[in-house]
Design a protein around this ligand. Sequence first.
Ligand code: BEZ
Ligand code: FE
Length: 289
Amino acid sequence: MTPEKTQETRITERVLQSFAETPEPRIRELMTALIRHLHAFVSEVEPSEAEWLAAIEFLTATGQMCDGHVRQEFILLSDVLGVSMLVDAINHRQVEAATDTTVFGPFYIAGMPQRQYGENMAQTEGEPALIHGRVLTPDGYPLAHAVLDVWQAAANGMYSGQDGAQPMDNLRGRYRTDAQGRYAIRTTIPVSYPIPTDGPVGRLLDATRRHPWRPAHVHFLIEAEGHRRLVTHLFLDEDLYLASDAVFGVKESLKVGFQACSADHPLASEFGFEQPFRVGHYDFVLEAA
Ligand code: BEZ
Ligand code: FE
């Protein structure tokens, strides 16, 4: 080892030593691993002082972009670096039969209206669609009275809350399963949309020639008594961005085909469609708590 390298290694050792007396074992473990990996990264890339300052400025701008309400640029950063999906995978090593989880995303709004079986949650234009199926236990029993909190972007690619022109409850709602565990949601076909690019995360994507698009999806947060809550999406199986989701959220098991139906299909009269519409069918499986 060169004398310079020896000096650099000594810095890392001294910093590690400074955390050795941390009383809480988990904090000690976290800080020790953080210092080891952070110092290894800096040693590997050998930043110039200007580069280090640019990194500090990037993180500063990321914090300044957050408004503690609608915009959370650090979550977006975690999403585009794949860390959100890694944390999700670590925390949901669930039974084989259970529905896969995916990112929560920043656009959920609590307290949206309770909706009836088959009620239309869309107040904006789009291709009419029905999403229906059941909520089940891993061994196939129906879960009655499960709550499905649902949200999706409008045909302009924006969520209510992001877009002042949409009523707050547009394309949002809480549905309940019936006694047979069935749910039905009338909506419009989801569209692909770009994640926000007007901040540091947008600059990062641009500099690395990555696109900001998410494939078309509908978000679900599903809760049933005695079961683990499920945070997931259903993806439109024909979307062009399925293989390159900006936040790495796609899983094979969450892709759904939406069949085209004419206005004389039996489901049209049941759910009040007067024009051709599309139907996606999906059974969710919740793990026991
Ligand atoms: C979303 O699907 O709503 C979303 C997820 C991660 C980042 C941005 C948006
Ligand atoms: Fe989304």
